[in-house]
Design a protein. Structure first.
Ligand SMILES: Nc1ncnc2c1ncn2[C@@H]1O[C@H](COP(=O)(O)OP(=O)(O)O)[C@@H](O)[C@H]1O
Ligand SMILES: [Mg+2]
Lengths: 191, 469, 229
């Protein structure tokens, strides 16, 4: 029998161990499966003029891996690296997008990371997640302004998209990540 | 020849946790075959990981004393330095390989030691030949049987040149033939290359005449007791199940075949699980018992026909199926979907298929009989192995699916708990007319509760006790 | 991607990665249908030259069609100015991105890709072997995901994608498995930041650096200097 408590992970704020990498990469593989499930919803919407709405409604899901890595490992760079690892896994196992996966993974991770950095990497709690939500919303929106051409839409549409995006990121990468972290903390398996 | 020594060691998993070992002193004699026994949770793995230098790097605190190799503290060596002295085979073969194929795995291990490429090739050639593994060189590890995987792991250890070989319950997924072969390989290595071997196992059969030293981890005294290897049982005669005439039941399979990769596990099996009866599913490790459960719970592909009340499984939604065929998982954390033990029970009570039977009093009574009452406010994950098992069984009995499959539900249970679990199990399946099938390597104290035995060997699933009606 | 470090074909994986990112990034800010088409076309030619399975390529291109169409039509619908150009530009961009990705994902094995990044871009070994180890567990992860869902269904609960309890289980399994694998790798001598024997030769001739650099410069010059339609 294997003990659930056979690893109380210790947190080191800078060094990256092989265990950290495997841990985040495995979460990335799980996320790959979850993305596949979500992508059915996304595809149904994205093949219509509603594509930008589909983007903004689901974006919180695509970027969850970053802030989750942040609050679990509490390391400088964890959000970016967590998101990049998830993107690398996605690229190698599940999709053919490659460049898009890696670049957008990096951009999204930076957005979240900036939020945690704004707290001086001291707050991984509600405040940290609020900041990372704001950071991710701004950075990814700015990115889509160019990459997905949002600048061509009307201001009203852009404001609507921005609000949808904030809510999506706020829920999946903020509230949900906060709940997950609370649950993990209750098990006592991660210090 | 390397000398390993544990001196006055006190080790705990946390500063404030009770120590697992207190003032332990132990030094394996170089070139001997040592068997380490003790019930699950007593500290066998902990000791091996300490010897391997994995602790405290991977957890815990050494509160006093030390573990040394040739008088150097082992945890101060770099992993690539340690590997030349000591290496370990783990219980779960599938989680000890970083790479995909046998060759890549061996190359990975040897490249860690910074050997030159020709030396790496040479060592790989040698160990593959020595262990008769050459035909597997380019095979994907995933496609090998548990026994073959452990021999590949042994090959890496050999190639690394470690003089101390640690094996932590290496036979958990290995069939009898694989086990015999691995033990023979180990014995040869000990004799011809003077390797020191320490093997942890809770099952003592098959070691008589093989081991030089027998150690018992004593969980209460937190130390190691040396025992005479003469105490090892020669061969334990299996206590037979006294079969009963079988009833019929809702779940049946015909012509059922299961394969892993291209390796057949079960061929053309046929059976109807009798209701209100408790069956034992026996067979070697790695024979395919858990895989059969996975097929019955529709977790994996199968060929043939599985039917519930004469309707093919595939006509049921997975959601409906899960309310008909339930499993108590071998690995307890796979079962839990709440944090606290009481919430697990509450969830089951809320969705129970027999709400009138499982009244609050009955649940409380059952928890008390299983000695769980005092820990219900604890986090499930923090319970001991045995408590987790009991919690799992009780949660699933409260759900009360018509078919209940139990995979090693008795692991880590003491005698009293075993009795309590079996009594509760028997009574519940009787009262609610459930069909229950149990996988248990432990037979003692178990078989007297069983109504029939299904045995899995050579791909055949055979009823060996109990007569079909 | 195939999983083995097979004999490399075509350009070095690091070169391809450099091209993929080096062009993929500025592509976001470029505004040209022509350039998108050229990038996608060259990518396709490269795949053809390497004889990548036609059926796979077509399938992937086909699957992306709804996305490209979604981009196209959303600008047709919501665009404010220059709708024709924008619709075609963002539609073709989907394919430019896709083919930039495919020149890597369809021609390089996972292991070679990571080793190449290690040798030429100093990706630490912990990342190379950590990722490889995790990726080799992908099948078991899939099984585990099914089991997590079944374990909940057995208790009358459906763990939907927004339920934190689903992620709790995912985190705990990942924690457990990563610990087991990391301990095993450590016991096999793996040491973070220590030198290892490099067994895979992955030559990166200077002209390939030149090629990647040249392509990126030409692309940027065209995209931001010439600005074709
Ligand atoms: N990483 C850990 N953190 C906390 N407790 C642990 C950890 N690993 C094992 N334990 C506890 O230490 C005791 C000994 O465990 P272990 O060495 O795994 O026993 P065995 O191998 O004999 O089954 C058990 O009570 C177990 O729950
Ligand atoms: Mg153990």
């Amino acid at each position: 029998m294997q003990h659930a408590n056979s690893q109380v992970a210790q947190v080191n704020p800078v060094r990256w161990t092989i265990r950290d990498v495997i841990f985040l990469a495995l979460i990335g593989v799980f996320f790959g499966i979850i993305y596949q499930l979500w992508s059915y919803v996304y595809y149904a919407l994205a093949a219509t003029p509603l594509k930008p709405y589909a983007n903004d409604m689901t974006i919180g899901v695509w970027i969850m891996a970053g802030p989750l890595a942040g609050v679990l490992l509490r390391k400088v760079g964890a959000s970016v690296i967590g998101e990049l690892l998830a993107a690398a896994v996605e690229m190698m196992l599940f999709s053919s997008w490659g460049a898009a996966d890696l670049i957008s993974g990096f951009i999204q991770g930076i957005g979240n990371e900036l939020g945690f950095a704004a707290t001086g990497y001291k707050n991984w709690d509600k405040l940290g997640l609020l900041m990372s939500t704001i950071g991710a919303t701004i950075v990814t929106f700015a990115w889509d302004w160019f990459q997905s051409g949002y600048k061509a839409y009307t201001p009203t549409m852009n404001i609507t998209l921005l609000i949808i995006r904030f809510v999506s990121i706020g829920f999946f990468s903020g509230v949900l990540v906060y709940w997950i972290r609370q649950l993990v903390a209750k098990t006592g398996l991660l210090k | 020849m390397d000398h390993f020594a544990v001196t006055n060691l006190t080790f705990a998993y946390a500063e404030d946790a009770p120590p697992i070992f207190q003032e332990l002193t132990f030094a394996p004699e170089p070139g001997t075959f040592n068997l380490l026994t003790g019930p699950s949770g007593s500290g066998k793995s902990t000791l091996l990981k300490l010897l391997a230098g994995l602790y405290p790097q991977y957890g815990g605190v050494i509160q006093s004393g030390q573990v040394t190799v040739n008088d150097t503290e082992i945890s101060t060596l770099q992993p690539f330095q340690r590997a030349a002295h000591v290496a370990m085979l783990f219980q779960n073969p599938s989680r000890q390989f970083a790479m995909r194929t046998v060759l890549e795995q061996l190359q990975f291990a040897l490249a860690n030691l910074q050997l030159s490429p020709p030396e790496i090739d040479r060592r790989i050639q040698t160990v593959l030949t020595d262990l008769h593994l050459t035909q597997f060189t380019h095979r994907a590890l995933e496609t090998l049987s548990g026994g073959e995987q452990q021999r590949v792991a042994l090959a890496s250890v050999l190639a690394l040149g470690s003089s101390l070989i640690l094996l932590d319950e290496p036979f958990a997924n290995v069939d009898a033939a694989g086990r015999t072969q691995l033990l023979a390989d180990l014995k040869t290595l000990q004799r011809t290359q003077h390797k020191t071997i320490i093997l942890a196992d809770h099952d003592l059969s098959g070691y008589a005449g093989l081991v030089d030293q027998l150690y018992h981890v004593d969980g209460t005294q937190r130390t190691l007791l040396q025992e005479s290897p003469a105490a090892l049982p020669a061969t334990t005669p299996a206590t037979p199940v006294q079969g009963q005439p079988l009833t019929t039941g809702p779940l049946a399979w015909h012509d059922l075949s299961l394969t892993v990769g291209d390796r057949p596990l079960i061929t053309a099996a046929q059976f109807t699980l009798p209701a209100s009866q408790l069956g034992l599913l026996s067979g070697d490790n790695g024979a395919g018992k858990s895989t059969l459960f996975a097929a019955l719970t529709r977790q994996r592909r199968y060929a043939g026909d599985i039917r519930y009340q004469d309707r093919p499984a595939k006509q049921y939604k997975l959601k409906q199926w899960a309310l008909q065929v339930a499993e108590v998982y071998q690995n307890s954390p796979d079962q839990f979907i709440r944090i606290q033990a009481s919430d697990e029970l509450a969830l089951s009570a809320q969705h129970s298929l027999h709400p009138t039977y499982w009244t609050a009093e009955r649940i409380a009574q059952a928890a008390a009989r299983l000695n769980l009452a005092a820990v219900l406010d604890h986090v499930s994950y923090a319970l001991s192995g045995g408590q987790q098992k009991k919690l799992q069984v009780l949660s699933m009995l409260i759900m009360g699916q018509p078919v209940l499959l139990l995979d090693e539900p008795f692991a880590g249970l003491d005698q009293a708990s075993l009795q309590a679990v079996l009594t509760l199990l028997q009574q519940t399946i009787h009262d609610l007319q459930l069909s229950a099938l149990v996988v248990s390597h432990q037979r003692q104290g178990v078989v007297s509760f069983m109504d029939y035995e299904l045995h899995l060997a050579d791909q055949q699933l055979q009823l060996i006790a109990g007569e079909a009606a | 991607m195939t999983q083995t470090a097979d004999t490399p074909r075509g350009l070095n994986a690091a070169t391809l990665t450099l091209i993929m990112i080096g062009i993929g990034f500025p592509l976001t800010f470029a505004q040209s249908v022509w350039l998108n088409t050229i990038v996608a076309g060259l990518g396709l030619l490269y795949l053809i030259a390497l004889r990548v399975s036609w059926r796979k390529v077509s399938l992937i291109l086909l699957i992306a069609l709804p996305l490209a169409f979604g981009s196209w039509i959303s600008f047709w619908f919501f665009g404010t100015v220059d709708r024709w150009h924008l619709a075609w530009m963002y539609g073709s961009r989907v394919y430019a991105y896709l083919l930039l990705g495919m020149i890597v994902t369809m021609t390089v094995s996972t292991q070679r890709w990571l080793v190449s990044l290690h040798l030429h871009f100093h990706l630490p070994n912990a990342f190379v072997f950590g990722l490889l180890g995790a990726l080799n567990m992908a099948d078991r992860v899939r099984h585990e995901f099914r089991r997590i869902q079944y374990s909940a269904l057995m208790r009358g609960e459906n763990l939907r994608l927004w339920n934190p309890l689903l992620y709790l289980r995912i985190v705990l399994v990942s924690l457990n498995w990563s610990n087991d694998l990391a301990e095993a790798m450590t016991s096999q001598g793996f040491t973070e930041n220590a030198p290892r024997t490099e067994l895979i030769a992955d030559p990166m001739p200077a002209w390939q650096w030149g090629l990647a650099g040249g392509l990126i410069v030409i692309y940027c010059a065209a995209a931001f200097g010439l600005r074709p339609w």
